[in-house]
Every structure is written in structure tokens, then in C-alpha cells.
Ligand binder design. Structure first.
Ligand SMILES: Cc1ncc(COP(=O)(O)O)c(C=O)c1O
Length: 393
């Protein structure tokens, strides 16, 4: 995605306004509690915090999980520098060279870096746009398990697809992990963003019978609209794994002390904050989906969670289309950016005409962005692909 940055800078220099549908950074205000706690920090020396995490923050996380009906011991929680470090340390602790992790594709591209850093190999579980990217099929998952498989890694709710697993699907995946003695790594950083009440606030941590297999990756970034706080955690009851991850935590000494003070305050925020944030994203999702469905030839399913959707565009190549949108197109001075789909896939050649769209713009900007996208597609089809939109629609 970063390769488009220089083109975006050049487009802005030419006076174009870019609607950013490409980034996963929430735009809602961070709860003031974070900043108040940081301002009230009154120690004379900014010392390292404890390697497993600040005890006050761990207690706050424990209370948060209690509200989700999950009982944790303080030792089950290791505070990390965002969900990113939680993923990296988990991979480094679980994987040996050439061991395998099953991940439904398309997936969050940084998983590749974390798995490869540990010498592991990704076995992609294929999905497709016309099935709404749903992947919870027992035979499909089990067919990928080999003697080298160590873990299944899922993102629930999903980035980039917005897919949310229902209870039966979660149970089925938990059963597979248990039956084959695999780690189940659940990246639940978007847990709070499920738009159908039937999902509640989903977490695999409620399945007590798979605690030895389970690793939850968590973060304050999306939940509290606080990506810059860089605070996340690993939650596991597996003692051997706790020890392995703790060694990495000790070697990197501590997560930023002040960020943890702020994060502790975030966990005291009234849950009404989640309700309001979720409602705002739900309205944006509805705006986005109804706009996208009016574009002829575009394939999209309504996402049930997170703040992304994957769509298949009626263009030959989303990457090429993005270049063209930045370099050769404008609609009244406006253009648009999305994340081309191919980097979200492990399998070469997949996702070429797909894109991930993040709905982290306010409603008015979102509506305008979709209008610009629709006009961009129509003109690209005419001028670059040489076909009439009708023929494609
Ligand atoms: C699925 C997923 N997991 C983990 C992360 C890492 O986030 P952070 O390190 O800010 O917690 C992200 C960030 O976009 C994400 O989308």
C-alpha cells in the first residue's frame, strides 16, 4: 500500500483532494480519559515498567474480560506494544522454521511478516467474493493440516473482509484445533465492532475446554480509537507459552510506561463509548454498501464486523486502476484511494481486481468518495479498458 504514497503526494501537489478509503485508522475521538491520565502522570523519573505489563493495566484488562464472562488470572495477560507485537511474539514462540500456520485468505498482510520472521510458512485457506469470503468449512480447514501444522490463525471480526464467525463456526474451529492439537491464534482486535446483535461481543476465550490451545491477540488501538497508544496484549492460559512469550517481553524490557497509564484509563471508559462508536460505523457501513451496490458489475457482500469491506471491482487490475486514479483522473478536483486486493492474498494471481475499502471517513465524505469511485470506474472502463460500462455490467 505504501508504494502509492509518492503518487498521492504528487496528486495533492497538483491540488487534487484525495478521499482515503485505504487506511485502517479510526477517525473517532479517543476518550479524553487517556489524555487526562497521561497529563496527571506525576513520577519524577520515567522508569521502565514491569516486563509482563503494568499491574494496574493488567487488572483493568482482567476486569474488562470479566465483563465478557471470561475469568483470567493476571499471569494470563502479557502486555505488548500493540496487537502487532502480540502477534510477533506469539509467532516467535510457537513456530520453528518450516512449520505451518493455516490462515484464511485474504488476510491482514502483516501476518506474512510475523510468520516469516519466525521462519514459518503460511498455508492459505482460500475464500472468494461470491461466498462473501466465508471460510469456516470443516473439510476445507482440515484438508490443509499436515504434520508440520502448528497453528490456525483467524481474525474475528475480519480485516480485510469484515466477516464475523457465528457461534457454531467458532465452536467448529475450536474443535478442530483441539482434535489436532494445534494452537488457535485469534486476533480479536475488532471484537467490539459487530453490527448484528446476534454476535454480541464475540471471543473464543469463552471456550474453557480449549484454553491450552488458545492465544488471543488484543489491542486498544481500534477498540478505543487509540492506535497511537501502542498498547495491546496476548491472552493465554497455556503456561509453557506464557513462559516463552514472557522471555521475549523481558528481553525488550517494557512497553512504554506512559502509554500503559493512558491505556489503563481507557479500560475504565463507560461501555456506552463502544455502543456509540459501533453505531457510527454501522451507519457508515450502510452508506458505503448501498453506494457500492449501485456501481454496475461490482461484487460486494454486506460486512458484519470491523470497518472494512472487500469488493470485486469491474476493472482489469485494481493496482493499475489505483495508479490511474492518482495520476490521470479527477472528478471536480477529487480522487480516491483504496487498498488493492492482491497483497491480502498468499496465493499468486488472486485478488487482482479486488480492493479493501475502509469506512473510516465521516458519512458525507464517504458518500462523495463512493461517487468519485463510481465515476472513476466508468471512465477507466471507457478510456483504459476500451469497453463500455454496459458490456461489463
Ligand atoms: C487484524 C489486525 N490485527 C492487528 C493489528 C495491529 O494493530 P495494533 O498493533 O495497532 O494493535 C491490526 C491493525 O490494523 C489489524 O488490522
Amino acid at each position: 500500500m505504501r508504494k502509492f504514497h509518492p503518487l498521492a503526494v504528487a496528486a495533492e501537489k497538483q491540488g487534487k483532494k484525495i478521499y482515503h478509503l485505504n487506511i485502517g485508522q479510526p477517525d473517532l475521538a479517543t476518550p479524553p480519559a487517556y489524555f487526562e491520565a497521561v497529563r496527571s502522570f506525576d513520577k519524577r523519573t520515567l522508569a521502565y515498567d514491569a516486563s509482563p505489563g503494568n499491574p494496574g493495566l493488567i487488572e483493568a484488562i482482567r476486569r474488562y474480560y470479566k465483563r465478557l464472562d471470561v475469568d483470567l488470572d493476571p499471569r494470563d495477560i502479557l502486555v505488548t506494544t500493540g496487537g502487532s507485537e502480540a502477534l510477533l511474539l506469539t509467532c516467535l514462540s510457537i513456530l520453528d522454521p518450516y512449520t505451518e500456520v493455516i490462515i484464511p485468505e485474504p488476510y491482514y498482510p502483516n501476518y506474512t511478516t510475523f510468520v516469516h520472521a519466525a521462519g514459518g510458512v503460511i498455508r492459505a485457506l482460500p475464500t472468494n467474493p461470491w461466498e462473501g469470503y466465508r471460510y469456516a468449512k470443516r473439510e476445507r480447514i482440515e484438508s490443509l493440516i499436515t504434520k508440520n501444522t502448528r497453528a490456525i490463525l483467524i481474525t474475528n471480526p475480519g480485516n480485510p473482509t469484515g466477516v464475523v464467525l457465528d457461534q457454531a463456526e467458532m465452536r467448529m474451529i475450536a474443535d478442530i484445533a483441539k482434535a489436532h492439537d494445534l494452537y488457535l491464534i485469534c486476533d480479536e482486535v475488532y471484537r467490539e465492532f459487530c453490527y448484528d446483535e446476534k454476535f454480541g461481543v464475540p471471543t473464543m476465550a469463552r471456550f474453557a475446554d480449549i484454553h491450552e490451545n488458545l492465544v488471543i491477540v488484543d489491542s486498544v488501538s481500534k477498540r478505543f480509537s487509540a492506535c497511537g497508544a501502542r498498547v495491546g496484549c496476548v491472552v493465554t492460559k497455556n503456561k509453557e507459552l506464557q513462559q516463552a512469550i514472557l522471555k521475549f517481553c523481558q528481553s525488550r524490557l517494557s512497553v512504554a510506561t506512559i502509554d500503559q497509564v493512558g491505556a489503563e484509563a481507557l479500560y475504565s471508559v463507560d461501555p456506552e463509548f463502544f455502543r456509540r462508536s459501533k453505531e457510527e460505523y454501522r451507519v457508515r457501513r450502510d452508506t458505503l454498501i448501498s453506494g457500492l451496490r449501485k456501481i454496475p458489475g461490482l461484487v460486494v457482500e454486506e460486512p458484519m464486523g470491523a470497518f472494512y469491506v472487500m469488493a470485486s471491482l469491474p476493472v482489469d487490475d485494481a493496482d493499475k486502476f489505483q495508479h490511474w486514479l492518482l495520476e490521470s483522473f479527477e472528478d471536480n478536483g477529487d480522487t480516491v484511494m483504496f487498498a488493492p486486493g492482491a497483497p491480502f492474498y498468499e496465493t499468486p494471481g488472486k485478488g487482482i481486481n479486488e480492493v479493501r475499502i475502509a469506512y473510516v471517513l465521516n458519512r458525507e465524505d464517504l458518500s462523495r468518495a463512493i461517487e468519485v469511485l463510481a465515476r472513476g470506474i466508468a471512465r477507466y472502463q471507457r478510456e483504459v479498458m476500451g469497453v463500455s460500462p454496459k458490456a461489463l455490467g
